[in-house]
Design a protein around this ligand. Structure first.
Ligand code: SF4
Length: 211
């Protein structure tokens, strides 16, 4: 698929789902540390619950130092609503310890050091680079991977290959738009099973449509 069609697909999905005014994932005013921890809290839960957990946590403990000086029980209570709260609390405490003790209390601003933090993988790194340091990065989750493959943007089902294909074919100033467009399409029409191709807004571009 050529870059022009990729851009057309993104625009078509944004228009169809009336997402053209989407203003990003809602991290404005957050520090890099808060963005990192919010990303951890957002795993395996709904956006609403993770946002609530982040708000509760940062209302009480806004900085890495505050979390470092706090205790497991307090943090567990604050992030309870995000689900998997015990596991997430352990991650938060381990990441925070590392930031305070190894990075002078500052979240590293490069992918190599970010990936060295406990429990921080590629996806979290990409989120932090994009939203905390304004360095765009393609984040390939399960929806983006599936939709990209079905549409033919990527010829591989491997997330790393999909990431490479997107970076080659989609201009970096459209990566945020692709993110929200493909996640929305993946949740609505392009579901893992029984995709709803009949009313898919980009079926004319799709090599995998089921008719
Ligand atoms: S036409 Fe079907 S397979 Fe293709 S993107 Fe739309 S929902 Fe997915």
């Amino acid at each position: 698929m050529n870059p022009k069609d990729c851009t057309k697909i993104i625009d078509t999905i944004l228009d169809y789902f009336e997402l053209s005014d989407f203003e990003g994932i809602g991290y404005s005013g957050c520090t890099p540390y808060q963005i990192l921890i919010s990303t951890i809290l957002s795993q395996q839960t709904t956006e609403r619950n993770s946002r609530r957990a982040s708000e509760q946590l940062f209302a009480e403990l806004p900085t890495a130092k505050d979390v470092y000086n706090s205790d497991q029980e307090t943090i567990e209570k604050l992030v309870f609503c995000s689900g998997y709260y015990r596991q997430k609390t352990k991650c938060i405490m381990a990441v925070t310890k590392c930031i305070i003790e190894d990075y002078n209390g500052k979240v590293p601003d490069n992918p190599n050091d970010l990936m060295k933090l406990p429990s921080v993988g590629k996806k979290t790194t990409a989120c932090v680079m994009r939203y905390a340091f304004n360095k765009p990065s393609v984040i390939v989750d399960t929806h983006i991977n599936r939709v990209s493959y079905r549409l033919g943007i990527s010829d591989s089902k491997k997330p790393e290959e999909t990431q490479r294909a997107i970076m080659e074919k989609v201009p970096s100033d459209r990566w945020d738009d692709l993110d929200i467009a493909f996640i929305t399409l993946g949740r609505n029409n392009c579901r893992p099973k029984n995709p709803s191709c009949d009313d898919c807004p980009v079926k004319d571009f799709c090599r995998s449509k089921v008719v």
